[in-house]
Design a protein around this ligand. Structure first.
Ligand SMILES: *Cc1c(COP(=O)(O)O)cnc(C)c1O
Length: 431
């Protein structure tokens, strides 16, 4: 199985986090997002422990909350001692609703509006991760108005190509994010930042990409950043307190994906950072990392009810479900791989080659192509694994389809963390 929280039970049904998924589908209805809370906590603790051991106790993992943002997630992050990344006022608002202390929050985004900046400052955001000079100016103005000095990091583009999918490759020189070292713009940003009175530069951030398995990526990234830090020290006498290495560790969507030992990887990065700092005569800065996908992806599963099963003789077979790109747009966006099961037919022979497709008026509304499953019939339950990251958070109401609820599973208890949207909700803002 792609993750150890997935099994087959004695009834021949798919089990997730110890629960019979067919029973959960009957109890809560479909489409249904499931989240294994114990797995989320387990994943947080891998980072918390590995980073404390490797970099010392002041090192801090930040949960990149865009991966799955809802109130309960921020409560769990608060309980686990994780910091958070946020990218919008909506995420800040949700974190506040959960009682999350924004001192431990880092506000990303390549285009924060004046309203976002004011809202974040008003609510005591710990740090802005500043992308560009216009934003730097706007934050300085807003901080002056509020009578504060605002802590920030600068987002730097190290110039690394991760060879992952183009849309999630963010560390290259020509990226829309950050300021590149190679063009001299990163240094210009440091100089500019140091000239502003209401901004305190605490350090630097980079985020190289996502779904990264290659451990070399973080080693190269940290090397380039530390060279830059040494350069800023010698040129501008600037001492870097924090270095944020971003997120991006990959997860297994299908059996053929590699497994990655995150703790061992972090230890390797730490050894490299220590040696490099020693070599450059730098004090080791406080290290931050920003896992999103690797905290929540394998904690998620989506259940659907099968509707039409269509065979086009000589061509292909389609299995239609009661959800689709509205709850999981990742195949449509990136061609992402997923493991699919028929939850109530786990012991039947998988010999039906088909595409699992959604109910939207869009040929590209596909969850997965060319899967081999037992031939399903209307009313069967289809399960898509590893949907905890970038599914609910990317969901839409296209075709006025209501978003599914999120049911959390923890220690044998299931509870609703986000309720199902109703038809009333769908038209709630229509005047
Ligand atoms: C998306 C993102 C992350 C998280 O990436 P994952 O691949 O989900 O771990 C971290 N930092 C920044 C700036 C991001 O944009």
């Amino acid at each position: 199985m792609v993750c150890e929280n997935i099994n087959v039970n004695e009834k021949g049904n798919l089990a997730f986090a110890g629960f019979d998924t067919a029973e959960l589908a009957a109890k809560h209805g479909t489409p249904l997002y499931l989240m294994d809370e114990d797995r989320i906590r387990h994943n947080c603790r891998i980072y918390l422990k590995a980073m404390a051991e490797a970099f010392g106790t002041e090192a801090q993992p930040l949960y990149a909350s865009k991966a799955a943002s809802f109130k309960r997630m921020y409560e769990i992050m608060k309980e686990e001692g994780m910091g958070i990344d946020v990218v919008s006022s909506g995420e800040i608002f949700t974190a506040l609703k959960a009682g999350f202390d924004l001192k431990n929050a880092y506000f990303h985004s390549n285009n924060k509006t004046d309203w976002d900046i004011a809202y974040a400052i008003e609510n005591g955001i710990g740090y802005f991760v500043v992308d560009n000079s216009e934003e730097l100016y706007a934050i300085n103005e807003a901080a002056a108005k509020a009578g504060i000095v605002q802590d920030i990091l600068l987002r730097i583009t190290p110039g690394i190509d991760t060879h992952t999918y183009e849309a999630v490759n963010t560390g290259k020189v020509d990226s829309k994010f950050g300021s590149a070292i190679a063009t001299g713009q990163a240094e210009d940003m440091v100089r500019l930042t140091l000239s502003y009175e209401h901004i305190r530069l605490c350090g630097f951030h980079c985020h190289i990409g996502s779904q990264v398995f290659d451990s070399d990526t973080f080693l190269r990234g940290s090397d380039i950043m530390l060279d830059f830090i040494a350069d800023m020290k010698s040129k501008l006498d600037f001492v870097t307190q924090q270095l944020d290495l971003g997120g991006g560790y990959g997860v297994r969507y299908v059996e053929s994906d590699p497994t990655i030992d995150i703790a061992a990887n972090i230890a390797q990065v730490a050894a490299n950072v220590k040696a490099k700092c020693h070599c450059l005569g730098l004090d080791i800065p406080k290290i931050l990392m920003e896992p999103g996908r690797s905290i929540v992806a394998d904690a998620g599963m989506t259940l659907y009810t099968v509707g039409t099963v269509k065979t086009i003789p000589g061509y292909k077979n389609y299995v239609s479900i009661d959800g689709g790109m509205t709850d999981n747009p990742r195949f449509a966006l990136y061609g992402s791989a997923y493991t699919v099961f028929v939850a109530n037919k786990m012991n039947e022979t998988a010999d039906f080659v088909c595409s699992l497709v959604g109910r939207c008026c869009e040929s590209g509304d596909i969850i997965q192509e060319n899967i081999t499953i037992p031939r399903p019939v209307r009313g069967d339950i289809a399960a898509v694994c590893t949907t905890g990251a970038y599914n609910y958070s990317m969901a839409s109401n296209y075709n006025r389809i209501a978003r599914p609820p999120i049911v959390m599973l923890s220690g044998g208890r299931d509870y609703v963390a986000v309720k199902r949207e109703s038809l009333e909700d769908i038209a709630a803002n229509d005047i």
